[in-house]
Design a protein around this ligand. Structure first.
Ligand SMILES: Nc1nc2c(c(=O)[nH]1)N[C@H]1C(S)=C(S)[C@@H](COP(=O)(O)O)O[C@H]1N2
Ligand SMILES: [Mo]
Length: 521
Protein backbone atom coordinates (compact mmCIF):
# COMPACT_ATOMS: atom_id res chain seq x y z
CA UNK A 1 0.00 0.00 0.00
CA UNK A 2 1.41 3.40 -0.92
CA UNK A 3 1.10 6.14 1.71
CA UNK A 4 -1.61 8.67 1.05
CA UNK A 5 0.22 11.38 -0.95
CA UNK A 6 -1.83 14.17 0.59
CA UNK A 7 -0.71 12.98 4.03
CA UNK A 8 2.93 13.09 2.98
CA UNK A 9 2.26 16.53 1.61
CA UNK A 10 0.73 17.47 4.99
CA UNK A 11 4.09 16.82 6.61
CA UNK A 12 5.98 18.94 4.10
CA UNK A 13 3.36 21.68 4.46
CA UNK A 14 3.72 21.54 8.26
CA UNK A 15 7.47 21.86 7.91
CA UNK A 16 6.99 24.85 5.60
CA UNK A 17 4.67 26.54 8.09
CA UNK A 18 7.05 25.82 10.98
CA UNK A 19 9.95 27.24 8.98
CA UNK A 20 8.08 30.36 7.98
CA UNK A 21 6.83 30.82 11.55
CA UNK A 22 10.36 30.59 12.96
CA UNK A 23 11.41 33.13 10.33
CA UNK A 24 8.48 35.39 11.20
CA UNK A 25 9.04 35.09 14.95
CA UNK A 26 12.76 35.81 14.56
CA UNK A 27 12.09 38.87 12.39
CA UNK A 28 9.39 40.00 14.84
CA UNK A 29 11.90 39.89 17.70
CA UNK A 30 14.44 41.75 15.56
CA UNK A 31 11.93 44.47 14.66
CA UNK A 32 10.95 44.72 18.34
CA UNK A 33 14.59 45.07 19.39
CA UNK A 34 14.94 48.00 17.01
CA UNK A 35 11.63 49.87 17.30
CA UNK A 36 9.80 48.71 20.43
CA UNK A 37 11.89 46.73 22.95
CA UNK A 38 8.98 46.21 25.34
CA UNK A 39 6.80 44.80 22.53
CA UNK A 40 8.79 41.65 21.75
CA UNK A 41 6.01 39.26 20.68
CA UNK A 42 7.28 36.60 23.11
CA UNK A 43 7.49 39.04 26.00
CA UNK A 44 4.02 40.39 25.25
CA UNK A 45 2.34 36.97 25.11
CA UNK A 46 4.30 35.65 28.10
CA UNK A 47 3.54 38.74 30.14
CA UNK A 48 -0.16 38.47 29.38
CA UNK A 49 -0.12 34.79 30.35
CA UNK A 50 1.47 35.68 33.69
CA UNK A 51 -1.12 38.37 34.38
CA UNK A 52 -4.06 36.20 33.29
CA UNK A 53 -3.01 33.13 35.25
CA UNK A 54 -5.91 32.27 37.58
CA UNK A 55 -5.64 32.66 41.35
CA UNK A 56 -5.35 28.91 41.96
CA UNK A 57 -2.26 28.81 39.83
CA UNK A 58 -0.52 31.50 41.85
CA UNK A 59 1.32 29.31 44.32
CA UNK A 60 2.75 27.46 41.37
CA UNK A 61 3.20 30.58 39.27
CA UNK A 62 5.14 32.53 41.85
CA UNK A 63 7.86 29.93 41.66
CA UNK A 64 7.81 30.48 37.88
CA UNK A 65 8.81 34.07 38.45
CA UNK A 66 12.31 33.14 39.42
CA UNK A 67 14.74 33.99 36.65
CA UNK A 68 15.29 30.44 35.37
CA UNK A 69 11.64 29.57 35.17
CA UNK A 70 10.87 32.61 33.05
CA UNK A 71 13.01 30.96 30.40
CA UNK A 72 10.88 27.84 30.87
CA UNK A 73 7.72 29.84 30.18
CA UNK A 74 9.25 31.25 26.98
CA UNK A 75 10.27 27.77 25.84
CA UNK A 76 6.73 26.59 26.56
CA UNK A 77 5.27 29.38 24.41
CA UNK A 78 7.72 28.55 21.60
CA UNK A 79 6.74 24.87 21.67
CA UNK A 80 3.02 25.71 21.56
CA UNK A 81 3.64 28.15 18.72
CA UNK A 82 5.50 25.54 16.66
CA UNK A 83 2.78 22.93 17.22
CA UNK A 84 0.20 25.52 16.14
CA UNK A 85 2.27 26.37 13.08
CA UNK A 86 2.55 22.69 12.12
CA UNK A 87 -1.23 22.28 12.30
CA UNK A 88 -1.74 25.48 10.31
CA UNK A 89 0.57 24.10 7.61
CA UNK A 90 -1.45 20.92 7.23
CA UNK A 91 -4.63 23.00 7.18
CA UNK A 92 -3.22 25.19 4.42
CA UNK A 93 -2.41 22.07 2.43
CA UNK A 94 -5.97 20.77 2.62
CA UNK A 95 -8.12 23.89 2.92
CA UNK A 96 -6.27 26.94 1.63
CA UNK A 97 -6.30 29.76 2.59
CA UNK A 98 -7.27 28.81 6.18
CA UNK A 99 -3.76 27.84 7.27
CA UNK A 100 -2.38 31.17 6.10
CA UNK A 101 -5.26 32.93 7.77
CA UNK A 102 -4.49 31.13 11.05
CA UNK A 103 -0.82 32.17 10.94
CA UNK A 104 -1.72 35.79 10.20
CA UNK A 105 -4.34 35.67 12.98
CA UNK A 106 -1.67 34.53 15.48
CA UNK A 107 0.30 37.64 14.61
CA UNK A 108 -2.87 39.71 14.91
CA UNK A 109 -3.52 38.22 18.36
CA UNK A 110 -0.02 39.22 19.46
CA UNK A 111 -0.65 42.74 18.14
CA UNK A 112 -3.92 43.06 20.06
CA UNK A 113 -2.34 41.71 23.25
CA UNK A 114 0.58 44.14 22.85
CA UNK A 115 -1.89 47.02 22.97
CA UNK A 116 -3.37 45.80 26.26
CA UNK A 117 0.00 45.86 28.05
CA UNK A 118 0.69 48.62 30.55
CA UNK A 119 3.69 49.86 28.59
CA UNK A 120 1.92 49.81 25.20
CA UNK A 121 3.09 52.40 22.68
CA UNK A 122 2.15 53.35 19.13
CA UNK A 123 4.62 50.90 17.60
CA UNK A 124 3.86 48.01 20.00
CA UNK A 125 1.71 46.02 17.50
CA UNK A 126 4.32 46.26 14.72
CA UNK A 127 6.62 43.36 15.73
CA UNK A 128 3.71 40.89 16.06
CA UNK A 129 2.15 42.08 12.78
CA UNK A 130 5.47 41.61 10.99
CA UNK A 131 5.82 38.13 12.52
CA UNK A 132 2.31 37.09 11.44
CA UNK A 133 2.62 38.56 7.95
CA UNK A 134 5.97 36.88 7.25
CA UNK A 135 4.74 33.52 8.54
CA UNK A 136 1.52 33.70 6.50
CA UNK A 137 3.14 34.97 3.28
CA UNK A 138 6.17 32.68 3.18
CA UNK A 139 4.22 29.69 4.51
CA UNK A 140 1.40 30.32 2.04
CA UNK A 141 3.83 30.66 -0.85
CA UNK A 142 5.72 27.44 -0.12
CA UNK A 143 2.61 25.39 0.47
CA UNK A 144 0.92 26.83 -2.61
CA UNK A 145 3.85 25.72 -4.77
CA UNK A 146 3.79 22.32 -3.16
CA UNK A 147 0.12 21.92 -4.03
CA UNK A 148 0.68 23.09 -7.58
CA UNK A 149 3.32 20.49 -8.17
CA UNK A 150 1.03 17.79 -6.80
CA UNK A 151 -1.82 18.98 -9.04
CA UNK A 152 0.55 18.84 -11.99
CA UNK A 153 1.44 15.25 -11.27
CA UNK A 154 -2.19 14.21 -11.08
CA UNK A 155 -3.68 16.62 -13.61
CA UNK A 156 -4.03 16.34 -17.39
CA UNK A 157 -1.03 16.51 -19.67
CA UNK A 158 -1.78 19.93 -21.11
CA UNK A 159 -1.53 21.85 -17.81
CA UNK A 160 1.08 19.55 -16.29
CA UNK A 161 4.12 21.14 -17.85
CA UNK A 162 3.42 24.68 -16.67
CA UNK A 163 2.33 23.65 -13.19
CA UNK A 164 5.37 21.47 -12.81
CA UNK A 165 7.61 24.35 -13.78
CA UNK A 166 6.53 26.61 -10.93
CA UNK A 167 5.62 23.86 -8.47
CA UNK A 168 8.01 22.66 -5.79
CA UNK A 169 8.79 19.12 -4.72
CA UNK A 170 8.46 18.07 -1.09
CA UNK A 171 12.22 17.82 -0.88
CA UNK A 172 12.71 21.38 -2.13
CA UNK A 173 10.07 22.69 0.27
CA UNK A 174 11.82 20.94 3.16
CA UNK A 175 15.10 22.53 2.12
CA UNK A 176 13.51 26.01 1.98
CA UNK A 177 11.93 25.39 5.40
CA UNK A 178 15.34 24.58 6.82
CA UNK A 179 16.73 27.79 5.36
CA UNK A 180 13.81 29.73 6.91
CA UNK A 181 14.53 28.20 10.34
CA UNK A 182 18.18 29.20 10.05
CA UNK A 183 17.32 32.74 8.92
CA UNK A 184 14.79 33.06 11.77
CA UNK A 185 17.37 31.89 14.29
CA UNK A 186 19.85 34.43 12.91
CA UNK A 187 17.28 37.21 13.23
CA UNK A 188 16.51 36.17 16.82
CA UNK A 189 20.24 36.13 17.60
CA UNK A 190 20.45 39.63 16.13
CA UNK A 191 17.59 40.72 18.39
CA UNK A 192 19.42 39.29 21.41
CA UNK A 193 22.63 41.05 20.37
CA UNK A 194 20.81 44.38 20.17
CA UNK A 195 19.46 43.48 23.58
CA UNK A 196 16.19 45.35 23.43
CA UNK A 197 17.68 48.64 24.54
CA UNK A 198 19.26 47.02 27.58
CA UNK A 199 22.70 48.11 26.55
CA UNK A 200 21.72 51.73 26.25
CA UNK A 201 20.17 51.79 29.73
CA UNK A 202 23.05 49.76 31.20
CA UNK A 203 25.46 52.32 29.80
CA UNK A 204 23.46 55.16 31.35
CA UNK A 205 23.50 53.29 34.66
CA UNK A 206 27.24 52.72 34.50
CA UNK A 207 27.82 56.43 33.90
CA UNK A 208 25.66 57.53 36.86
CA UNK A 209 27.19 58.85 40.05
CA UNK A 210 25.04 58.51 43.15
CA UNK A 211 24.64 61.58 45.35
CA UNK A 212 26.33 61.51 48.77
CA UNK A 213 23.85 60.71 51.51
CA UNK A 214 23.07 63.31 54.15
CA UNK A 215 22.53 60.42 56.58
CA UNK A 216 24.63 57.28 56.30
CA UNK A 217 24.04 53.80 57.66
CA UNK A 218 26.69 51.45 58.93
CA UNK A 219 26.93 47.84 60.01
CA UNK A 220 27.86 47.68 63.71
CA UNK A 221 30.81 45.46 64.58
CA UNK A 222 29.33 42.28 65.96
CA UNK A 223 26.47 42.16 63.45
CA UNK A 224 28.42 39.72 61.32
CA UNK A 225 29.30 36.51 63.17
CA UNK A 226 31.56 35.39 60.32
CA UNK A 227 30.52 31.74 60.55
CA UNK A 228 31.25 29.72 57.42
CA UNK A 229 28.07 28.89 55.55
CA UNK A 230 26.01 31.48 57.42
CA UNK A 231 24.22 34.02 55.19
CA UNK A 232 26.15 37.33 55.29
CA UNK A 233 24.30 40.03 57.18
CA UNK A 234 24.35 42.31 54.10
CA UNK A 235 23.52 40.44 50.89
CA UNK A 236 25.69 41.22 47.85
CA UNK A 237 23.42 42.57 45.09
CA UNK A 238 24.41 39.76 42.75
CA UNK A 239 23.08 37.21 45.30
CA UNK A 240 19.92 39.16 46.13
CA UNK A 241 16.76 37.18 45.32
CA UNK A 242 14.68 38.48 42.43
CA UNK A 243 10.89 38.24 42.22
CA UNK A 244 8.69 40.04 39.72
CA UNK A 245 6.16 39.47 36.97
CA UNK A 246 8.39 41.04 34.30
CA UNK A 247 9.42 38.54 31.61
CA UNK A 248 11.76 41.12 30.16
CA UNK A 249 13.44 43.51 32.58
CA UNK A 250 11.90 46.97 31.96
CA UNK A 251 14.39 49.42 30.43
CA UNK A 252 13.82 52.78 32.06
CA UNK A 253 15.93 55.74 31.00
CA UNK A 254 16.54 57.95 34.06
CA UNK A 255 16.76 61.05 31.87
CA UNK A 256 13.13 60.63 30.80
CA UNK A 257 11.85 58.95 34.00
CA UNK A 258 9.17 60.74 35.97
CA UNK A 259 7.23 59.99 39.14
CA UNK A 260 3.68 61.29 39.27
CA UNK A 261 2.09 61.65 42.70
CA UNK A 262 -1.65 62.11 42.35
CA UNK A 263 -5.08 60.99 43.57
CA UNK A 264 -6.32 62.13 46.96
CA UNK A 265 -3.80 64.95 47.26
CA UNK A 266 -4.07 68.69 47.49
CA UNK A 267 -1.20 69.24 45.10
CA UNK A 268 -0.30 66.88 42.28
CA UNK A 269 3.50 66.45 42.08
CA UNK A 270 5.68 65.33 39.16
CA UNK A 271 9.32 64.54 39.95
CA UNK A 272 12.11 64.08 37.42
CA UNK A 273 15.39 62.29 38.06
CA UNK A 274 17.27 65.60 38.50
CA UNK A 275 14.68 66.67 41.08
CA UNK A 276 15.02 63.42 42.99
CA UNK A 277 18.82 63.34 43.18
CA UNK A 278 18.89 67.00 44.24
CA UNK A 279 16.91 66.16 47.42
CA UNK A 280 18.61 65.12 50.68
CA UNK A 281 19.39 61.42 50.45
CA UNK A 282 19.20 58.93 53.26
CA UNK A 283 20.97 55.61 53.55
CA UNK A 284 19.32 52.75 55.40
CA UNK A 285 19.97 49.05 55.79
CA UNK A 286 16.78 47.05 55.50
CA UNK A 287 15.71 43.46 54.95
CA UNK A 288 13.34 42.74 52.07
CA UNK A 289 11.37 39.49 52.09
CA UNK A 290 8.88 37.97 49.71
CA UNK A 291 5.49 36.83 51.00
CA UNK A 292 6.03 33.67 48.95
CA UNK A 293 9.06 32.73 51.04
CA UNK A 294 8.47 29.28 52.49
CA UNK A 295 9.62 28.47 56.02
CA UNK A 296 13.38 27.97 55.59
CA UNK A 297 13.26 29.62 52.15
CA UNK A 298 15.69 32.02 50.55
CA UNK A 299 13.43 34.75 49.08
CA UNK A 300 14.92 37.24 51.52
CA UNK A 301 17.90 39.59 51.53
CA UNK A 302 19.31 42.65 53.24
CA UNK A 303 20.82 45.61 51.42
CA UNK A 304 22.09 49.12 52.03
CA UNK A 305 19.54 51.30 50.28
CA UNK A 306 19.99 54.93 49.29
CA UNK A 307 17.13 57.24 48.51
CA UNK A 308 14.67 59.94 49.49
CA UNK A 309 12.15 59.29 52.28
CA UNK A 310 8.75 58.78 50.63
CA UNK A 311 7.15 60.93 53.34
CA UNK A 312 9.15 63.93 52.05
CA UNK A 313 7.58 63.51 48.62
CA UNK A 314 4.10 62.84 50.02
CA UNK A 315 4.41 65.92 52.23
CA UNK A 316 4.69 68.02 49.07
CA UNK A 317 1.56 66.45 47.63
CA UNK A 318 -0.38 66.71 50.92
CA UNK A 319 -2.69 63.65 51.03
CA UNK A 320 -6.26 64.49 52.03
CA UNK A 321 -7.77 63.23 55.29
CA UNK A 322 -9.79 60.42 53.66
CA UNK A 323 -6.70 58.77 52.09
CA UNK A 324 -5.42 55.56 53.75
CA UNK A 325 -3.42 53.82 51.00
CA UNK A 326 -0.80 54.53 48.37
CA UNK A 327 -0.98 52.46 45.21
CA UNK A 328 2.51 52.52 43.73
CA UNK A 329 2.67 51.66 40.05
CA UNK A 330 5.52 50.40 37.91
CA UNK A 331 6.15 51.23 34.25
CA UNK A 332 5.19 47.60 33.53
CA UNK A 333 1.78 47.90 35.17
CA UNK A 334 2.57 46.11 38.46
CA UNK A 335 0.97 47.80 41.48
CA UNK A 336 1.40 47.53 45.25
CA UNK A 337 -1.00 48.74 47.94
CA UNK A 338 0.83 50.18 50.96
CA UNK A 339 -0.87 51.71 54.00
CA UNK A 340 -0.35 55.48 53.81
CA UNK A 341 0.73 55.34 57.45
CA UNK A 342 3.68 53.05 56.70
CA UNK A 343 4.94 55.59 54.17
CA UNK A 344 4.50 58.63 56.40
CA UNK A 345 5.46 57.42 59.91
CA UNK A 346 9.04 57.62 61.16
CA UNK A 347 10.34 54.47 59.44
CA UNK A 348 12.84 54.72 56.57
CA UNK A 349 10.44 54.08 53.69
CA UNK A 350 12.48 55.15 50.66
CA UNK A 351 12.16 56.02 47.03
CA UNK A 352 15.42 54.16 46.52
CA UNK A 353 17.97 54.87 43.80
CA UNK A 354 20.95 53.00 45.27
CA UNK A 355 21.59 49.45 46.44
CA UNK A 356 24.82 48.50 48.22
CA UNK A 357 26.64 51.61 47.04
CA UNK A 358 25.66 51.44 43.38
CA UNK A 359 22.69 52.54 41.30
CA UNK A 360 19.93 49.91 41.51
CA UNK A 361 20.71 46.94 39.26
CA UNK A 362 18.28 46.84 36.30
CA UNK A 363 16.52 43.73 37.61
CA UNK A 364 16.10 45.32 41.05
CA UNK A 365 14.19 48.32 39.70
CA UNK A 366 16.57 50.80 38.03
CA UNK A 367 16.35 53.74 38.22
CA UNK A 368 13.90 54.05 41.15
CA UNK A 369 12.03 51.61 43.39
CA UNK A 370 10.26 51.62 46.73
CA UNK A 371 11.65 49.98 49.87
CA UNK A 372 9.43 49.98 52.95
CA UNK A 373 10.77 48.36 56.14
CA UNK A 374 8.27 46.00 57.74
CA UNK A 375 6.14 45.12 54.70
CA UNK A 376 6.41 42.17 52.32
CA UNK A 377 7.66 43.16 48.87
CA UNK A 378 4.36 42.55 47.07
CA UNK A 379 2.63 45.37 48.99
CA UNK A 380 5.50 47.82 49.08
CA UNK A 381 8.65 47.30 47.06
CA UNK A 382 7.53 48.43 43.58
CA UNK A 383 10.45 48.37 41.15
CA UNK A 384 10.73 50.66 38.11
CA UNK A 385 8.21 52.87 39.93
CA UNK A 386 6.53 55.65 37.94
CA UNK A 387 3.45 56.61 39.94
CA UNK A 388 2.18 56.99 43.47
CA UNK A 389 -1.60 57.15 43.54
CA UNK A 390 -2.89 58.28 46.92
CA UNK A 391 -6.19 56.46 47.44
CA UNK A 392 -8.16 54.22 49.81
CA UNK A 393 -8.17 50.45 50.46
CA UNK A 394 -11.91 50.41 49.73
CA UNK A 395 -11.36 52.02 46.32
CA UNK A 396 -8.32 50.36 44.77
CA UNK A 397 -6.24 47.21 45.07
CA UNK A 398 -2.72 46.11 44.21
CA UNK A 399 -1.66 43.52 41.62
CA UNK A 400 -1.72 40.47 43.92
CA UNK A 401 -4.88 41.22 45.91
CA UNK A 402 -7.43 39.96 43.32
CA UNK A 403 -5.09 36.99 42.79
CA UNK A 404 -5.64 35.58 46.26
CA UNK A 405 -3.18 37.51 48.44
CA UNK A 406 -4.01 39.73 51.37
CA UNK A 407 -4.40 43.49 50.71
CA UNK A 408 -2.01 44.22 53.58
CA UNK A 409 1.24 42.40 54.21
CA UNK A 410 3.18 43.14 57.40
CA UNK A 411 6.16 40.77 57.62
CA UNK A 412 5.74 37.89 60.07
CA UNK A 413 8.23 36.81 62.76
CA UNK A 414 10.48 34.10 61.29
CA UNK A 415 13.82 32.35 61.74
CA UNK A 416 15.91 30.04 59.60
CA UNK A 417 18.74 27.54 60.10
CA UNK A 418 21.64 28.03 57.64
CA UNK A 419 24.38 25.97 59.31
CA UNK A 420 25.04 23.07 59.10
CA UNK A 421 24.06 23.23 55.43
CA UNK A 422 21.84 20.42 54.14
CA UNK A 423 24.01 17.43 53.33
CA UNK A 424 27.06 18.86 55.14
CA UNK A 425 29.40 16.37 56.80
CA UNK A 426 29.22 16.77 60.58
CA UNK A 427 31.55 14.93 62.96
CA UNK A 428 30.77 14.09 66.59
CA UNK A 429 31.84 16.80 69.04
CA UNK A 430 31.24 20.54 69.40
CA UNK A 431 29.25 21.79 66.39
CA UNK A 432 27.85 25.20 65.51
CA UNK A 433 24.21 25.60 64.52
CA UNK A 434 23.54 29.08 63.13
CA UNK A 435 21.05 31.06 61.11
CA UNK A 436 19.11 34.30 60.76
CA UNK A 437 15.89 35.62 62.32
CA UNK A 438 13.69 38.57 61.38
CA UNK A 439 10.60 40.52 62.33
CA UNK A 440 10.96 43.48 60.00
CA UNK A 441 10.52 46.88 61.65
CA UNK A 442 9.66 45.19 64.96
CA UNK A 443 12.94 43.50 65.88
CA UNK A 444 14.07 40.14 67.23
CA UNK A 445 15.05 39.75 70.90
CA UNK A 446 15.97 36.08 70.99
CA UNK A 447 16.24 32.77 69.20
CA UNK A 448 15.91 29.34 70.79
CA UNK A 449 17.07 26.04 69.38
CA UNK A 450 15.90 22.53 70.13
CA UNK A 451 17.67 19.36 68.99
CA UNK A 452 15.49 16.22 68.86
CA UNK A 453 13.44 16.07 72.10
CA UNK A 454 15.95 18.11 74.07
CA UNK A 455 15.23 21.36 75.88
CA UNK A 456 14.86 24.67 74.04
CA UNK A 457 18.16 26.49 74.55
CA UNK A 458 18.77 30.20 73.90
CA UNK A 459 21.10 30.96 70.98
CA UNK A 460 23.58 33.83 70.98
CA UNK A 461 22.28 36.77 68.97
CA UNK A 462 24.61 38.92 66.90
CA UNK A 463 24.23 42.70 67.25
CA UNK A 464 21.22 43.80 65.25
CA UNK A 465 21.86 46.46 62.62
CA UNK A 466 18.37 47.77 63.41
CA UNK A 467 14.83 46.54 63.92
CA UNK A 468 14.48 46.74 60.13
CA UNK A 469 17.01 43.99 59.48
CA UNK A 470 17.41 40.33 60.14
CA UNK A 471 19.83 39.25 62.83
CA UNK A 472 22.31 36.38 62.82
CA UNK A 473 22.31 33.82 65.65
CA UNK A 474 24.38 30.80 66.62
CA UNK A 475 24.52 28.09 69.25
CA UNK A 476 26.96 25.34 70.14
CA UNK A 477 25.80 21.78 70.19
CA UNK A 478 27.64 18.63 71.26
CA UNK A 479 26.96 16.41 68.25
CA UNK A 480 26.59 12.68 68.77
CA UNK A 481 26.59 10.01 66.06
CA UNK A 482 23.27 9.46 64.31
CA UNK A 483 20.50 11.40 62.64
CA UNK A 484 19.21 14.50 64.44
CA UNK A 485 16.60 17.19 63.90
CA UNK A 486 17.29 20.78 64.95
CA UNK A 487 14.56 23.44 64.97
CA UNK A 488 14.56 27.12 65.81
CA UNK A 489 12.05 29.72 66.94
CA UNK A 490 12.48 33.44 67.44
CA UNK A 491 11.02 35.86 69.95
CA UNK A 492 10.00 39.32 68.89
CA UNK A 493 10.50 42.75 70.40
CA UNK A 494 6.71 42.82 70.67
CA UNK A 495 6.92 39.95 73.19
CA UNK A 496 5.51 37.22 70.96
CA UNK A 497 7.17 33.88 70.22
CA UNK A 498 7.25 32.48 66.72
CA UNK A 499 4.27 30.19 66.24
CA UNK A 500 4.65 26.47 65.51
CA UNK A 501 1.39 26.54 63.55
CA UNK A 502 2.17 25.72 59.94
CA UNK A 503 0.65 28.10 57.38
CA UNK A 504 1.39 28.27 53.65
CA UNK A 505 2.65 31.50 52.03
CA UNK A 506 -0.80 32.48 50.68
CA UNK A 507 -2.55 34.70 51.57
CA UNK A 508 -0.26 36.65 53.92
CA UNK A 509 2.99 34.78 54.65
CA UNK A 510 4.13 31.35 55.85
CA UNK A 511 4.45 30.38 59.51
CA UNK A 512 5.97 27.41 61.31
CA UNK A 513 9.39 26.43 62.61
CA UNK A 514 12.35 25.76 60.35
CA UNK A 515 13.94 22.36 60.83
CA UNK A 516 17.29 20.96 59.76
CA UNK A 517 18.17 17.31 59.54
CA UNK A 518 21.75 16.75 60.69
CA UNK A 519 23.55 13.50 60.02
CA UNK A 520 26.53 13.03 62.34
CA UNK A 521 29.09 10.40 61.31
N1 LIG B 1 7.44 46.28 39.06
C1 LIG B 1 7.40 45.28 39.95
N2 LIG B 1 7.86 45.50 41.20
C2 LIG B 1 7.85 44.51 42.11
C3 LIG B 1 7.33 43.24 41.79
C4 LIG B 1 6.84 43.03 40.47
O1 LIG B 1 6.36 41.95 40.10
N3 LIG B 1 6.90 44.08 39.57
N4 LIG B 1 7.32 42.24 42.73
C5 LIG B 1 7.39 42.63 44.13
C6 LIG B 1 7.69 41.50 44.99
S1 LIG B 1 6.48 40.31 45.12
C7 LIG B 1 8.85 41.42 45.72
S2 LIG B 1 9.05 40.23 46.88
C8 LIG B 1 9.94 42.39 45.52
C9 LIG B 1 11.24 41.70 45.20
O2 LIG B 1 12.25 42.63 44.95
P1 LIG B 1 13.65 42.13 44.39
O3 LIG B 1 13.38 41.39 43.11
O4 LIG B 1 14.50 43.33 44.20
O5 LIG B 1 14.23 41.19 45.42
O6 LIG B 1 9.67 43.27 44.44
C10 LIG B 1 8.35 43.76 44.41
N5 LIG B 1 8.30 44.76 43.36
MO1 LIG C 1 7.13 38.82 46.67
Amino acid sequence: MTPDPSRRRDLAASAAAVGSTVLGAGLGELVAAVVAPAASPFAVIGGAMIDLAPAWAKNLAISLFGTGDKAALLVGIAVLLLIGAGLAGALENRRPPWGRVALAALGGLGAVVSLTRADAALLSPVPSLVAGAVAALIGGLLIGRLRRRAEALHGDRASAGAARADGLSRRTVLAYSGVAVLAGALAAAGALAIGGGARAVSALRAALRLPTPATTASVPSGAELGIEGLTPVVTPSADFYRIDTALVVPQVDPTTWTLRVHGLVEQEVVLRWEDLVALPQKETIATLVCVSNEVGGSLIGTARWLGVPIRDILARARPTAEADMVLSRSVDGFTASSPLEALTDQRDALLAIGMNGEPLPLEHGFPVRLVVPGLYGYVSATKWVSELEVTRFDRAEGYWTPRGWSERGPVKLQSRIDVPRAGARVEPGPTVIAGVAWHNHVGVTGVEVQVDDGPWRPATLASAISADTWVQWSIEWEATSGLHTARCRATSADGSTQTATVAPPAPDGATGWDEATISVV
